[in-house]
Design a protein around this ligand. Structure first.
Ligand SMILES: [Ca+2]
Ligand SMILES: [Ca+2]
Ligand SMILES: [Ca+2]
Ligand SMILES: [Ca+2]
Length: 460
């Protein structure tokens, strides 16, 4: 009996170990139809206050919003931008809390050539419009509702706040447009500066923006030469933030990703993916203070669908960059895509999450829903505690396996995932139709809900 018990223990151990490593998943949205494209932020003045905003399909105007005051265990949900005080919202939310507890939200209207910026001073319970940023007069104009369209005439807005500044970047119908405003306290936001066209960024998009320790600002975007052929990542820096110097008009080339603006992979057969570059700048005063990190997707051989997640860093405000460090540690040739990076402002440690097809071998196993390899994704993540030089063993975060095409969302999981890392706990937000928690009212229709989990930095 002893030897039998030992054999049973051997059989069970990997299952139990795996179960222990996957954090408890929470279905935040629990609503009919598809939710995708997640923004998530943690309030540094109350880290139990976490806010998520995402795209919805129904109603015809609006976004899904969820607020937690218990660290992400329970959520209060509602629809915003459904012709309320935020107008008729289309999509593409981006969120950022600053050190005063201001929560900034940027998104797109269903119709329009402006990018709205909203502010919440009550932890995401309510928002008010703060500004409407106009695109440059020279850019194209949108005149009709093209809500589900892939190209818009202001597009891909991102907001980031901190260090007494708030900055927004978006594609203004050609070039990247940037603007910022000073912030001096809760609800104390100054006027946004005249929107600036960032030189050398025509047709560069899918960007991000970050604020450095001296108030300098960096934008990143990907210039996609063709749909699937390739994409070149560039950065530009404004050395004095809101000061008189503008963005350096010379873009700095970082890497060719082989990932186009609409690069189709089996796991995103309807929307495709872009390289989804993201920035995080260390302002902690810790050992790597001043280092700025860049996450992106890299396709090993162009059109191989073998996409991997890489991080590079720069210690000289983007002038030069380290070699890329591969974050995903699988040995498959399957796709990893839509990465997000977040820096814990209490430590300077990094978290990265992404969608990951490593377990879809097309063999009907736990990572496969359809018998076809590389079509099904889980969400995985990793941490770095040494300034981006190495990453931890990867952690499976989603308990279930999703198939985006089955959701009939037109845009699969969308263009991006969400992540906020604070106080040693990473809070990812992703689209999931596994119904692994049993809370999806459209589980049998395979529609997407918004999931999150609390993912602690593993103890060394
Ligand atoms: Ca490609
Ligand atoms: Ca891969
Ligand atoms: Ca499959
Ligand atoms: Ca849903």
């Amino acid at each position: 009996m002893k030897s039998l018990g030992f054999a049973v223990a051997l059989l069970l151990f990997p299952v139990l170990a795996g179960a222990r490593l996957t954090p408890t998943n929470i279905d935040v949205s629990q609503r009919s139809t598809n939710e995708s494209e997640e923004a998530i932020a943690v309030n540094p003045t109350n880290p139990n206050n976490i806010v998520i905003v995402t795209n919805v399909v129904v109603p015809a105007a609006g976004m899904f919003a969820a607020v937690s005051f218990d660290g992400g265990f329970t959520w209060t949900t509602r629809i915003i931008g459904d012709n309320d005080n935020l107008g008729a919202a289309c999509c593409d939310p981006s969120l950022s809390f600053d050190e005063f507890g201001n929560l900034f939200l940027v998104y797109l209207f269903n119709v329009g050539n402006t990018v709205p910026i909203a502010l919440s001073t009550d932890g995401g319970l309510s928002f008010n419009l703060l500004a409407n940023i106009a695109k440059p007069a020279t850019a194209k104009t949108q005149t009709s509702d093209e809500r589900r369209g892939l190209f818009r005439f202001v597009d891909q807005p991102t907001i980031v706040a901190g260090k007494g500044e708030v900055w927004v970047v978006f594609n203004g119908g050609g070039p990247i447009v940037a603007t910022g405003a000073p912030v001096s306290g809760l609800g104390a936001v100054g006027s946004f500066i005249t929107p600036e066209v960032v030189g050398g960024t025509n047709n560069c998009t899918y960007g991000d923006v970050a604020i450095g320790p001296n108030g300098q600002v960096m934008q990143v975007c990907t210039l996609t030469e063709s749909g699937q052929g390739g994409g070149r990542i560039y950065v530009n820096v404004d050395p004095d933030g809101l000061g008189p110097a503008g963005f350096d008009q010379h873009s700095i080339f970082v890497v060719d990703t082989h990932v186009g603006g609409f690069d189709f992979i089996p796991a995103q057969p309807d929307r495709s993916v872009d390289a989804e570059p993201g920035l995080a700048w260390d302002r902690t005063g810790g050992p790597h203070s001043g280092r700025v990190y860049l996450v992106y997707t890299f396709e090993q051989k162009n059109e191989s669908d073998n996409m991997d997640i890489y991080v590079r860093y720069s210690d000289d405000d983007g002038a030069t960059w380290s070699a890329g460090v591969r974050v995903n540690d699988d040995s498959t040739k399957n796709s990893q895509f839509l990465p997000k990076i977040s820096l814990d402002p209490t430590t300077g440690n990094l978290a990265v999450v992404w969608y990951d097809c490593r377990n879809d071998l097309g063999n009907g196993g736990p990572g496969d829903t359809d018998g076809i390899p590389n079509t099904d994704a889980q969400v995985w993540g990793a941490f770095s505690t040494d300034g981006g030089q190495t990453f931890t063993k990867n952690i499976q975060i989603s308990a279930g396996t999703s198939n985006s095409h089955d959701a009939h969302n037109n845009i699969d999981y969308g263009d991006y995932s969400g992540l906020a890392f604070y106080g040693g706990i990473a809070h990812p937000a992703w689209s999931d139709n596994s119904n692994s928690t049993g809370n999806n009212p459209d589980g049998t229709l395979h529609e997407l809900d918004i999931y999150t989990a609390r993912v602690p930095l593993p103890s060394p």
